[in-house]
Design a protein around this ligand. Sequence first.
Ligand code: PLP
Length: 376
Amino acid sequence: MPLIYLDNAASTPPAPEVLEALTQTARQAFANPSSAHRLGAAGARLLEQARAQVASLLRAEPEEIVFTSGGTEADALGLLGAAEVARGRHLVVSAIEHPAVLRNAERLKARGFELTLVAPDKTGVVSPAAVAAAVRPDTAVVAVMLANNELGTVQPLAEIARAILARSLRPHLHVDAVQAAGFTTVDVRTLGADTLAISGHKFHGPKGAGALWVRKGARLGPLWDGGRQERGLRSGTENLPGCVALGRAATLCGREATARVQGLRDQLEERLRAAVPEGSPTVTNALRVPHIASFTIPDLPAEPVLHALEARDVFVAAGSACASKTRGPSHVLKAIGVDDRAAVLRFSLSRLTTEAELAAAVVAFAAAVAEVRAVA
Ligand code: PLP
């Protein structure tokens, strides 16, 4: 049986068009886009075309897009870059952020910032009232992700922005949209944010290529200085093949595919429940991105299940890839009160996932759970 890859929230396979753009640009457009000659100008044109494609995915203006080396750098630039130029020394961060936000917030704390973490409810959603209540006149940055990478829950960003504004406060609002972009509509105009991070490899784009949307007029400083590319916000010769491939990936995202993925995910959850009746979806009742299904089974270790699935050529995640090398439940699962002894498996789909793959994965899952139960 061919491999069944259901760990797309960790990374998606690049689309053939993306690989083509990547290799063709690397081979042919090797000149520096900042060079004054016509080869440089041709590279600069490719870069600007890619910028427009990424902007279009986010309903943004091209000049608001800063290319980065991925989601982590985009998060770091949004958070640290805003904190550096802000007057206040207080941060409000949701407790279920990716380490790209959480650990950088902790770095700021070590440099003298005060950090308030806002806990989610049991369904993995952060309440606008709780975020607004945590904001103070000296709050420099608020960071809340659009979609959580472990649970898929979508945070009510527009309401959060409105609740903060209702208090007549205007801290910088940074949004990690890495798990949302490409799988759900991300319209920066409706979110009330100042910066928003995306990453190519999460939506069939290249690894090591991402972007930060920076609202016109938002105050932000660079993380380092140098040749002042990307409007001075991100010095360094641009990764042109990566940017062009990212732009190509952005053009391939569509609503139709997203609706199909959601249908498959719902079907998967039903089948999982039928196959392993003692388990259930980790969160229900919350708005979620279409490609993530988190499933919890009480009183079972997660890692042996993951490896028993792997032995059957089915690839999933336990909690999240970033937490998988550490023992015990992730900070996200702890934050929503998942029992330490429960197995939480994340099945994440992509545009390439088929119904037949999911049907086979469920059969393998039931067998893997039974195998682990027999020895647990
Ligand atoms: N933010 C979220 C929500 C993610 O899921 C990830 C990747 O796992 C990142 C940020 C980091 O993105 P990258 O792998 O491009 O650095």
